[in-house]
Design a protein around this ligand. Structure first.
Ligand code: ZN
Ligand code: ZN
Length: 344
């Protein structure tokens, strides 16, 4: 098959002919229809998140099953599917309880093994991890779900428990933040979007934010959000991932509010205002993907047009352009998600 391979961290990825993936006994091989290019891929390529070299990245994909192992009971060749970026083992106490997103034996195509910047990708424990793709959802749209959109969905719904009329503050309007804005607005929340980039705030307004706040203006962010919301947000999400943003997100909450940490914090522990957590009885959550079992409500909202992740797509590129797209992430994120289309 053709695949985008890099031999070393930061080395220019090349499209090469490599062996097709072997189908695991409990897994499937999928023809990749489309696959997203994500900052997590950039982190792996740069060596921040170690992978076995040479490596094939890519973890946000949708496609068609071409082969299923003998232990697979629920899927067969021809099925249109997508897969969470965290694949559970399907057998441990967490997977059996429906929490494959935190499985201790999780696999992640594109990190723990070869990923979807290729014509084919293998997925283990298929019965636990595959998600059926309605015919109305195209591959490019489905590729947007895999990581950022699904993570935002879980943050807003399962952890945030956002209801119509609630104030939702979203800090950081990149892919996951804009997804949270769209999902919150679709659920009837009043969304306050926070960023330092005017274009990102414009995009947040287009996607449903009621109010935007420029965090670069130097004013007291918690006071600003408190004034806008009449006492603080019911739910606040750090969709960027920094010590300052995480702490600000907690400070923006009203009493009994919920902070959800979605942005990764690779630098290690960050201080949070735990005095406020006690005095205001705040809840703090981390959010790590979305288990396959929890995809159907989200997929139904995508299929009926309530959620439109396709609006988040920026550039649609070919496999040979992925190296350039990764290199472009050395700078600030561009507008929208970049998606690789392999099959029309
Ligand atoms: Zn498991
Ligand atoms: Zn991703």
């Amino acid at each position: 098959m053709r695949a985008l391979v890099y031999a070393g961290y930061g080395a220019t990825p090349e499209v090469l002919r490599v062996a097709d993936p072997v189908c695991p006994p409990d897994g499937v091989v999928i023809t990749v229809g489309a696959t997203g290019v994500c900052r997590s891929d950039w982190h792996a390529w740069k060596g921040h998140d170690p992978v076995a070299l040479p490596h094939i990245g890519g973890h946000e994909f949708a496609g068609v099953v071409v082969a299923a192992g003998p232990e697979v009971t629920q899927w067969q060749a021809g099925d249109r599917v997508t897969v969470p970026f965290v694949c559970g083992c399907g057998q441990c106490e967490y997977c059996l309880a429906g929490n494959a997103q935190v499985c201790p034996r999780q696999t992640q195509p594109g990190f723990t093994g070869p990923g979807s910047f290729a014509e084919f990708v293998a997925v283990q424990a298929a019965d636990a991890n595959l998600v059926s793709l309605p015919s109305s959802v195209d591959f490019v749209t489905a590729a947007c779900l895999g990581c950022r959109f699904a993570t935002a969905f879980r943050a807003v719904t399962a952890h945030g428990r956002v209801r119509a009329g609630d104030w939702l503050a979203v800090h950081g309007c990149g892919g996951v933040g804009l997804s949270a804005v769209m999902i919150g607005a679709a659920l009837g929340a009043r969304v306050v979007a926070v960023d330092v980039v005017p274009a990102a705030l414009d995009r947040a307004r287009e996607l449903g934010a009621e109010v935007t706040v420029d965090a670069g203006s130097g004013s007291d962010l918690a006071a600003a959000v408190g004034e806008i919301t009449g006492g603080g947000a019911h739910v606040s999400i750090d969709a960027l991932g920094s010590a300052a943003v995480a702490a600000n997100s907690v400070r923006c909450l009203r009493r009994r509010g919920r902070h959800i940490q979605v942005g990764l914090l690779p630098g290690g522990p960050v201080p949070l205002p735990m005095d406020l957590v006690i005095a205001r009885e705040l809840e703090i959550y981390g959010s790590h993907g979305l288990a396959a079992r929890d995809y159907p409500p989200m997929m139904a909202m995508v299929a009926d047009g309530t959620l439109r992740p396709g609006l988040l797509v920026g550039d649609v590129i070919g496999l040979a352009d992925v190296g350039r797209a990764l290199a472009a992430m050395d700078g600030l994120a561009g507008a929208g998600m970049t998606v690789v289309r392999l099959v029309a």
